[in-house]
Write a protein that binds this ligand. Sequence first.
Ligand code: ZN
Length: 289
Amino acid sequence: MLCPFKFRRTLIAVVFSVSFGLFATSALAQIEFRTLKPDEIQARLQSFSENNDEREATIKRLFVASGCKPDHLTEQWVTKKLPPNVICILPGETDRIILVGAHTDHVEVGDGVVDNWSGASLLPSLLYSLSAKPRQHTFVFVGFTAEEEGMVGSEFYVAKLTKQQRSIMDGMVNLDTLGLGPTKVWASHADKPMLEALARAADGMQLSIGAVNFEQVGTTDSESFARFRIPRITIHTITQQTWPILHSKKDTLKAIRIDDYYASYRLLAGYLALLDSSLGQPAAPRKDH
Ligand SMILES: [Zn+2]
């Protein structure tokens, strides 16, 4: 989470209540995914390093451990001084893309477990969850570098894409600052169909979702994609009460509520599987596999 504003203003929190009832149930009936057990999710969360280079390397290792094939795993160097973006591709039946991103870096104060090892260390687990069966979309998982320095990694990534590559991107799901409590969404800066799908997933899985908007106090990698009109959504867990934990010495493992964190993981796994079948119009089969 990038917090560029000197004065911490009031967050706008809104209650998010939607009911899709039977529609949710029927939509989720076809959704298949698998989940890692809570102790594995916790172990991955505990594997954080204070060094940003080591963090990137750990994500890379976790991608391999989660089934990312070596030729689908790449690093994208932004500058020589920064750790690279780390990218794992899970090929789908079509070339249409859903990108799942989280920044791997943290600020010097605190351990940066909440902001944002909580998001980054879930990327490989979500790859594992989705690889349970073939997907229509090609999923691209990206651990972004240097978000805290001005969304450097995500801006570089999206700027390097061609117009054609941006046009096949059906959605970007950004994970930043999980585990502080029940799952929240930055609703005011979310693509509407992606927001509605999130509500359906939460409703169908009977998991909590709320909306907390934070444009008054900060921003994050999803906005690099919004600039190019790529549909995006940010999932987080900050509230007015927990906001002061970010970029403070209180950002440690102790700040994580592990049950809520695991619930966010399950929701995200189901949500991404649902997005695969509900976003865009995947039509043309891939030709290269
Ligand atoms: Zn931050």
